[in-house]
Design a protein around this ligand. Structure first.
Ligand SMILES: NC(=O)c1ccc[n+]([C@@H]2O[C@H](COP(=O)([O-])OP(=O)(O)OC[C@H]3O[C@@H](n4cnc5c(N)ncnc54)[C@H](O)[C@@H]3O)[C@@H](O)[C@H]2O)c1
Length: 336
């Protein structure tokens, strides 16, 4: 049995470097090579790790097991399929892709080559999310009546300046793909599929630097019969304010809150109370803006667990597709 998994990374920007750190921190993983079209990025590649500016050249070297796809959203499909065809597994950053059709192409390549796609949804590992997931899975909340999702973040000019993809309709896709797909995923992870969506979106504060909306509000129906409210904005003044999911159910009300789904903010449960959880120090800090909870160590560990110990994949490609499908349904319901 192979005891050390060899990784490569394509796209060595904000999140690619985080993958690099977590791969190098894991005793069962080796970072073999990195590819980025920007040669300057080579300066950030750790010593002893090969650097390429051409993905095909890196894949042809044929000396790694897993490709972490950390390029902008619109490249996830092509880069994942390239990894599959080169005989590698792929860890694909969120969103898995920009349409269900792209996700299907990726899954077809994975099936053809018998290689695994790991979709990155690291917020699933947040302790409050795990506690509520267990409650729902054990049917301790009974019927779910209503779910309220609030994503109130701040993205200022510095976030968009200097990027050729952020805020682009074709390359980024919009806030539901880039900023809030984590929240769509946790909604799906806890409450299941969505069957209907309608809403409104507007670009209020970012018309000078984005082609997409910065604010939206949706009413949706869950396959379990629940009513879902999904509100988002990147116009929260000056800083991220809230990222929360509240569940109103037959046997309890519970709110996962904080800025990044990092606390159990409220609970009234018929059954035993959840442990108090308030994790404050673990968000991804990118200097100019704050991202989601930093659980990429667990993402890399899941790859190791699956490939070495035959354990289950935390977020499969099929689930990545479901999340993209919900986002697609939401966007198809509005004028953009
Ligand atoms: N899981 C999370 O919490 C999280 C956080 C941030 C970003 N992301 C996702 O990660 C991806 C990258 O985001 P980022 O913030 O790191 O972006 P970024 O702009 O900082 O980095 C992207 C890198 O990809 C490189 N690149 C572009 N085209 C390429 C190509 N054809 N071949 C090789 N390299 C290429 C760029 O030069 C750049 O260095 C996005 O899909 C984003 O949604 C996920």
């Amino acid at each position: 049995m192979q005891q050390n998994i060899r990784f490569s990374i394509v796209g060595f920007g904000n999140i690619g470097r985080r993958h690099g750190v977590q791969i190098q921190n894991n005793p069962f993983a080796t970072l073999v090579s990195v590819c980025d079209i920007d040669p300057v990025v080579g300066e950030h590649v750790p010593e002893g790790v090969a650097f390429y500016t051409d993905l095909n050249a890196m894949l042809q070297a044929g000396n790694t097991d897993v490709l972490c796809v950390c390029t902008p959203n619109y490249l996830h499909e092509a880069h994942t399929i390239a990894a599959m065809n080169a005989g590698m597994h792929a860890v694909v950053e969120k969103p898995m892709a920009l349409s269900v059709a792209e996700c299907r192409n990726m899954i077809a390549a994975s099936e053809k080559n018998n290689k695994i796609i790991f979709a990155v949804k690291q917020n699933r590992y947040n302790p409050p999310v795990q506690e509520v997931k267990k409650l729902v899975a054990a049917n301790q909340l009974g019927a779910v009546y209503m779910v309220q999702v609030n994503c109130f973040w701040n993205r200022g000019d510095a976030y968009y300046s200097g990027s050729d993809w952020r805020g682009s309709k074709l390359k980024d896709g919009g806030c539901l793909f880039t900023q809030f797909s984590h929240f769509v995923d946790i909604l799906y992870y806890i409450n299941g599929s969505v069957t209907q969506a309608s809403g409104a979106v507007e670009n209020f504060g970012h018309t000078h630097n984005t082609e997409v909306e910065d604010t939206g509000s949706f009413i949706m129906k869950g396959a379990n019969g629940s009513i879902i409210n999904f509100n988002f904005t990147t116009c929260a003044y000056n800083s991220n304010m809230e990222g929360s999911i509240t569940i109103f159910a037959e046997k309890g009300t519970v709110k996962i809150g904080g800025q990044y789904l990092n606390t159990i903010e409220y609970q009234q449960l018929l059954g035993e109370a959840l442990p108090p959880i308030n994790i404050t120090a673990k968000s991804n800090n990118y200097g100019l803006y704050q991202g989601s909870m930093s659980n990429h160590d667990k993402v890399i560990q899941n790859v190791i667990d699956v490939l070495i110990h035959d354990m289950p994949v935390m977020t499969s490609a099929a689930e990545g597709l479901e999340v993209v499908g919900i986002i697609e349904m939401m966007y198809q319901s509005v004028q953009r």
